[in-house]
Design a protein around this ligand. Structure first.
Ligand code: IFM
Length: 445
């Protein structure tokens, strides 16, 4: 394994709704995911996150696991409805107390906390008045950021405003596969802009509280044309514009990309008001990169509302989620960002990378998840390769510490370095946990 630069940070990543449980405890409000899980038949086998990994009660055990792993950084998310049960107004003191305890316990274990403010669990009360389709939600998000920063900002230095705004817009507002379950196709675009505006307002609130290191995390999935035809290449460009440009250009360059392929004038979006782009483009200290796989694109089928069609890679290994294993896509993601955004690009952090494999415990209870080790090893090498090619990458965080609630897939997809028994919630480190521990220790020698 190549050595990464001195000071490179190693970590693990989780999110509140996927691990905390305790959804009805200590004053937490309802989130759109609670509603979605309980009122739609869209979660595989009707799984819920009511208890999830019970991290809300078992966080000391999880921090002990991280300490054993030797990570520098733990990325978690704060549950907005746990802090502001109605999304706005009265603060739930018990919610803030929970994150206060978590942060103190992390610091005592010499682990740097990295707090994400929004990982998809919008308070239901805000969805009831329009959610991210409503411009006011951006302002509410800024206020919530201020509340959290006022309590934790003396100890939390690393902040992430949003997690994967593309996925939240696409799966939640365009395709209806995630909460809040809208199927608006391109009419979902205001949900992109209002999240980004919320990001900018949150940056302002964090800076006002003296926050030192602020990022936004996007998912990146380099676009690969299915063939050499002009149509496939155009489809691939259109996907890149929607997935990468729409969520990176405004943040780093202060403008939306050319959206002509979608029949939309990117310079005259009706929901963009004067001053919004300046707010969105507030300087950042880093850009979070979540990478799992590239996307293969072909020309759209006739009548498609989108200018591309996603297609399967041929002859490529896949994870148990069916996602292609192509580590070179991570190198390309990092080097393309470096080349395409030049001086506007802040340092990069891999805030998520990982894979879903179901490896059952053997007769002795050991979990020999060799496929996960191979995946992670190849992706760490891909990061090293990108650094060699000039990318400024400061950290790598595995998704995820624990097997957890994988949204519409419930507990069927398992991304954890640690197995969590779905009944007892007992934790068992997998072989990949030991591999990662040794990797981190080796990099420090
Ligand atoms: O579990 C998710 C996470 O919430 C966001 N990024 C992708 C992960 C795997 O699907």
């Amino acid at each position: 394994m190549p050595s990464l630069p001195g000071g490179f940070a190693w970590g693990v990543s989780t999110s509140a709704f996927q691990i905390e449980g305790a959804t009805g405890e200590e004053g937490r409000g309802q989130s759109i995911w609670d509603t979605f899980v309980h009122s739609h038949e869209k979660i595989r086998d009707g799984h819920t996150a009511d208890t999830a990994c019970d991290h809300y009660h078992r966080y000391p055990e999880d921090i002990a696991l991280m300490r054993r792993l030797g990570v520098d950084v733990y990325r978690f998310s704060v549950s907005w409805p746990r802090i502001l049960p109605a999304g706005v107004g009265a603060v739930n003191a018990a919610g803030l107390d929970f994150y206060d305890r978590l942060v103190d316990a992390l610091l005592a274990a010499e682990i740097t906390p990295m707090a994400t403010l929004f990982h998809w669990d919008l308070p239901q009360a805000l969805e009831d008045v329009g959610g991210w389709l409503d411009r006011d939600t951006a302002g509410r998000f800024g206020e919530y950021a201020g509340v959290v920063a006022a309590r934790l900002g003396d100890r939390v230095r690393h902040w992430i405003t949003l997690n994967e705004p593309f996925e939240h817009m696409a799966l939640g507002y365009a395709l209806g596969r995630h909460a809040p379950g809208h199927s608006l196709l391109l009419d979902a675009l205001p949900a992109a802009h209002h999240q980004l505006l919320g990001h900018g307002l949150a940056v302002e609130a964090l800076r006002a509280s003296g926050a030192g290191h602020v990022m936004l995390t996007n998912s990146y999935s380099p676009a690969v044309p299915a063939g050499g035809s002009e149509e496939d290449v155009a489809a691939s460009r259109a996907y890149d514009t929607l997935h990468r440009g729409m969520f990176t250009d405004p943040v780093l360059l202060g403008r939306y990309p050319d959206l002509a392929a979608f029949g939309v004038d990117g310079d005259a979006l009706p929901f963009v008001e004067d001053g919004d782009l300046a707010t969105i483009a507030a300087p950042l200290d880093g850009l979070g990169v979540n990478y799992y796989n590239p996307t293969r694109l072909a020309a759209p089928v006739p009548g498609s509302p989108l200018p591309f069609e996603t297609t399967e890679f041929e002859g490529v290994d896949t994870t148990d989620f069916g996602w292609p294993v192509l580590p070179s896509g991570l190198t390309r993601t990092l080097t393309d960002l470096t080349e395409d955004y030049g001086d506007a690009l802040p340092p990069l952090w891999i805030t998520e990378n990982g894979c879903s494999y179901f490896t059952a415990p053997d007769a002795d209870g050991a979990i020999a998840d060799r496929a996960r080790i191979d995946y992670l090893e190849a992706h760490v090498r891909a990061v090293a390769e990108a650094i060699d090619q000039g990318a400024d990458v400061r950290g790598y965080l595995v998704w995820s510490l624990l097997d957890n609630f994988e949204w519409a897939e419930g507990y069927h997809q398992r991304f954890g370095l640690v197995h969590v028994d779905p009944e007892s919630r007992n934790r068992t480190p997998k072989a990949s946990f030991d591999w990662y521990r040794e990797l981190i220790a080796g990099q420090r020698r």
